[in-house]
Design a binder for this molecule. Structure first.
Ligand SMILES: *[C@@H]1O[C@H](CO)[C@@H](O)[C@H](O)[C@H]1NC(C)=O
Ligand SMILES: *[C@@H]1O[C@H](CO)[C@@H](O)[C@H](O)[C@H]1NC(C)=O
Ligand SMILES: *[C@@H]1O[C@H](CO)[C@@H](O)[C@H](O)[C@H]1NC(C)=O
Ligand SMILES: *[C@@H]1O[C@H](CO)[C@@H](O)[C@H](O)[C@H]1NC(C)=O
Ligand SMILES: *[C@@H]1O[C@H](CO)[C@@H](O)[C@H](O)[C@H]1NC(C)=O
Ligand SMILES: *[C@@H]1O[C@H](CO)[C@@H](O)[C@H](O)[C@H]1NC(C)=O
Ligand SMILES: *[C@@H]1O[C@H](CO)[C@@H](O)[C@H](O)[C@H]1NC(C)=O
Length: 492
């Protein structure tokens, strides 16, 4: 069906040249009974006096943000999840922050693509790779979401990652540890800590989970691991077992990495929680308790926003506002520990895009990549349709990988086309209004469509975390399916 874009809503100029605050007024025209074609969502650009909310009052936000709450409900453990920007304490220039985030996002994207077989011929052509500045202390910027668990009776705030498997924390004695907020875990004072020996199958399973074999230490012959995150960040240490508490649920003999040498700024967190697909991931290790289910709702970056990581599959604990639609997980032998789904279509403002690349292989769904990357033919179609429907708005210069930008200074409310990602089995992810635009400038003079193109048609598409905000994303590893539903993220 051919549809005409609806004119923009009355737009009033705004006076205070300050910071933009996103506010959703209404996100679903169809359900409120108003004219529904083409589908649009309201985005309110609210400027307010004062500094941006996140990170300018370090002392208070830091102490509260590194101790997330948890609860037990209907057979599930619910961990409060926050964006770690709400924890960084130091105010960072908005522009710089947005720029850094995309630089590191690009390095994660490169890392994922480099694991593919067909990457060799392209290495020399991609001179940009080498220019990615990897300053010590600003690594792993893409892994953004944190939760608090208890290991060996100690609280640990860790970064959540669906793209890796080994859970680890920094351990004493440290050869090299970055600064963290909680005290560093000391296995020698924990009676329940046990080291894993290198002649065990657990140690051997590291090969699959981390790409590196576990090696034998000398007296005792314990299992030594290494995980490289590709952007220069790494953790090295001993594989150990310890009692883990997820909310109120104990997990005994949980296998984790006791990291003696760790490089990267993990946002002051104690370590990382690996939610990938291998045997060593937290999901697999706790599958007797939680049935191989986990789900999350990723909140916005400001200090007031909370989301949740739910371990366990009883859907009565979700706060979804639409029904859950499921799609099958697609196996990818080249990246076996990542989660892949079959993207079969995209619609913009209700208009379906055409591309031969839909349904070809899988796209990766990642909690760690920020910006969704689509095959060039799909991205081109999306951009064209978006521009057609979002017409009459002044454009702004491109920003790094984001090539479709607007100057929204002077607009109070804009009416933006909806974006729906469709998956095999009629599943759908309706991107929330907060996941469509990336605010490069806080005064809204440069606001970009938060999706980008892959360099090549046959690279792996990635559904990034920006487009997963305010969604319940459900991973059912037993039945190998992934579910989506809209949800306004909150912990309570
Ligand atoms: C931080 O916030 C607290 C309470 O909201 C306030 O008492 C304190 O003065 C603020 N600190 C700074 C540096 O703004
Ligand atoms: C799911 O939660 C509901 C509501 O608390 C409860 O009645 C039901 O028994 C639970 N189902 C399972 C399988 O635990
Ligand atoms: C892909 O490229 C990387 C270097 O960027 C190389 O180390 C790796 O072996 C290549 N992958 C394959 C499967 O050949
Ligand atoms: C592993 O080595 C330890 C001692 O180094 C030994 O006691 C144990 O039996 C070995 N286990 C296996 C499975 O070989
Ligand atoms: C949440 O999802 C469940 C499962 O699909 C569904 O039964 C329920 O109606 C949904 N809640 C709302 C408010 O749509
Ligand atoms: C994706 O789904 C489409 C439509 O159901 C199907 O034709 C295609 O073969 C699927 N692709 C993969 C890689 O499974
Ligand atoms: C954005 O638009 C406003 C008018 O609405 C204009 O004053 C300003 O110069 C523009 N900014 C940029 C960066 O183009």
């Amino acid at each position: 069906m051919v549809v005409q874009p609806k004119p923009l809503w009355p737009l009033r100029p705004f006076l205070l040249p300050l910071v933009v605050f996103l506010l959703m007024i209404s996100s679903n025209i169809a359900s409120s009974g108003v004219q529904s074609f083409p589908e649009k969502k309201f985005l309110s650009l609210h400027k307010f006096q004062g500094k941006q909310k996140s990170g300018n009052n370090g002392s208070t936000s830091r102490s509260s943000c590194l101790s997330q709450k948890s609860r037990w409900e209907s057979g599930a453990t619910i961990l409060e999840m926050k964006h770690r920007d709400s924890c960084t304490g130091k105010p960072l220039n908005w522009n710089k922050k947005q720029q850094n985030r995309l630089i590191f996002d690009n390095s994660r994207y490169k890392l994922i693509q480099s694991r593919l077989e067909n990457n060799i011929s392209r290495e020399s052509t991609d001179a940009l790779d080498i220019q990615i500045p990897l300053q010590s202390g600003v690594r792993l910027q893409t892994l953004n979401y944190i939760v608090t668990v208890e290991l060996g009776g100690r609280q640990m705030t860790v970064i959540v990652d669906t793209g890796s498997d080994l859970t680890w924390v920094q351990c004493q004695p440290c050869q090299q540890c970055y600064n963290q907020q909680d005290p560093v875990f000391n296995p020698s004072v924990s009676p329940s800590y046990q080291s894993v020996l290198c002649n065990t199958s657990t140690c051997q399973s590291l090969q699959f989970a981390t790409g590196k074999v576990g090696v034998c230490g000398t007296s005792p012959p314990n299992c030594k691991y290494v995980v490289n995150y590709g952007d220069g960040s790494y953790t090295r240490g001993d594989l150990g077992m310890e009692n883990l508490m997820l909310g109120t649920i104990p997990v005994s003999k949980f296998i984790f990495g006791c990291g003696r040498s760790n490089e990267g700024l993990f946002g002051g967190a104690s370590g990382l929680m690996g939610l990938g697909r291998s045997d060593i991931s937290l999901v697999t290790q706790t599958s007797a308790i939680f049935g191989g289910f986990f789900s999350y709702c990723l909140p916005l970056t400001d200090a007031d926003s909370s989301g949740s990581l739910v371990l366990g599959g009883n859907s009565s604990v979700y706060r979804n506002t639409t029904t859950i639609s499921y799609t099958r997980m697609i196996p990818n032998p080249q990246l076996p520990t990542f989660y892949f789904v079959n993207l079969t279509g995209i619609s913009v403002g209700g208009v379906g895009l055409q591309s031969p690349s839909f349904g070809n292989g899988g796209v990766l769904i990642d909690s760690g990549t920020v910006i969704t990357r689509l095959p060039p033919s799909i991205y081109k179609a999306l951009k064209a349709e978006f521009l057609k429907q979002f017409s009459g708005i002044p454009s702004a210069p491109p920003f790094m990988i984001l090539d479709t930008c607007f100057n929204l200074t002077g607009y109070e409310v804009v009416d933006i086309p909806t974006i729906r990602l469709e998956f095999e089995g009629n599943a759908e992810l309706a991107v929330d209004v907060t996941g469509i635009f990336y605010f490069v400038k806080p005064d809204a003079s440069q606001v970009c469509l938060a999706l980008a193109s892959l360099a090549y048609e046959d690279e792996i598409g990635i559904i990034g975390n920006y487009q997963q905000r305010n969604q319940r994303v459900i991973y059912d590893t037993k039945e190998s399916k992934l579910g989506f539903a809209a949800e306004a993220c909150s912990f309570d």
